[in-house]
Design a protein around this ligand. Structure first.
Ligand SMILES: NC(=O)c1ccc[n+]([C@@H]2O[C@H](COP(=O)([O-])OP(=O)(O)OC[C@H]3O[C@@H](n4cnc5c(N)ncnc54)[C@H](OP(=O)(O)O)[C@@H]3O)[C@@H](O)[C@H]2O)c1
Length: 310
């Protein structure tokens, strides 16, 4: 029987990961709605680092040990599904991958077909993983922004927070691809409380990855009819605000959840990421071999890391 290599998160703080060899399933062992994917690339996300740390509770205590990795790109290696034939280039991100079912830090993974998105021809598997969940989230957030505010004025003032995060950097580069010229990317971690419930109305639209204090400061600065898309909590989760920006300026606060997006929406967003919202310039990333993944996961976050699994 052939085996494959996987990186398991153990749930133990002193030795949080270990390599395992698992038996490779064949087509007859797959459920009718399942395929086996040979993973080519994965990436390191903020959530993967959290998942390695039991105290974060990203992985429930009773789910350890678990193969990590919330994102993967690969090819269908075994399938009972005619619409997903062997050799199809696929992507899978989010759902419960790497948090409640084995994820992309493995040479093979069994997946329900609803997790699959066909990889757009315009993106290599490595480039797709440079975007990963962060890219899908940025595309979902920008699509919401355009749906509500149109932003026909390419000089409309737009704010993006948590500027060093992948979501923020991809969103900024996607806006550059659409020729927006007035985008402020904030990298501050420090958001002193606002003195008043309403402040100078600076921004037509905001993509916020920081949450908490940042959102409290930003909401009073949104222009009448403008919107904030909340995607993250790099800062805090608790939000302190008043209703005045909503009832006196008619602003909107919209959340984005890229983890549970429907398959059809994923397909559309990935196609946008490959074309009209393709980040320009494309994010620079480092590719590391699979055996260097544990060291990269436990080192301080530096830049964007794609993992060559195959
Ligand atoms: N809604 C969804 O579906 C969804 C999907 C994906 C991610 N997210 C969320 O989006 C956020 C970004 O995720 P990501 O994967 O893009 O992160 P990432 O690439 O891992 O970025 C992390 C970086 O953010 C910066 N940062 C940390 N704390 C910060 C703070 N308090 N204020 C401003 N910047 C801070 C740090 O850089 P510096 O120290 O250099 O500033 C850190 O290196 C996270 O909160 C994540 O949970 C949400």
């Amino acid at each position: 029987m052939s085996t494959y290599q996987a990186l398991e998160f153990t749930g133990e703080s002193d030795q949080p990961w270990r390599w395992t060899a698992r038996p490779r399933p064949n087509a007859s062992e797959l459920a009718t709605d399942e395929v086996l994917v040979q993973v080519q690339y994965s990436r390191i996300n903020h959530k993967d680092r959290l998942a390695l740390t039991p105290a974060s509770r990203v992985i429930a205590a009773d789910r350890y040990p678990l193969v990590g990795g919330i994102d993967l790109a690969g090819v269908v290696a075994a399938s009972n599904q005619p619409v997903w034939p062997v050799g199809t280039a696929v992507l899978a991100t989010g759902f419960d991958l790497g948090v409640a079912r084995p994820g992309g830090f493995a040479q093979y993974v069994r997946l329900p077909v609803r997790y699959l998105t066909q990889r757009p021809a315009e993106l290599t598997a490595a480039d797709a993983m440079a975007l990963g969940t962060a890219g899908l989230t940025a595309a979902a957030a920008l699509t919401e922004m355009f749906r509500v505010t149109a932003l026909t004025d390419k000089n409309a003032p737009i704010l993006i927070t948590g500027g060093h995060s992948s979501v923020a950097q991809i969103a900024a580069a996607s806006l550059a691809r659409r020729h927006y010229t007035n985008v402020t990317v904030s990298v501050t971690h420090d958001w002193p409380a606002p003195a008043h419930a309403l402040a100078h109305a600076k921004y037509a639209a905001v993509l916020d990855t920081v949450g908490g204090d940042a959102l409290s400061v930003i909401l009073p600065q949104v222009q009448p009819g403008g919107m904030v898309v909340a995607v993250g909590n790099l800062g805090q989760a608790a939000l302190n605000t008043t209703v005045f920006p909503f009832i006196l300026r008619g602003i909107r606060l919209q959340g984005v959840d890229s983890v549970h997006l429907a398959p059809a929406d994923r397909g559309e967003l990935w196609q946008l990421l490959a074309t009209n919202l393709r980040p320009t310039p494309f994010p620079r990333y480092t590719t590391i071999p699979f055996d260097r993944l544990p060291a990269a996961l436990t080192a301080p976050a530096r830049g964007l890391t794609v993992v060559a699994i195959a």
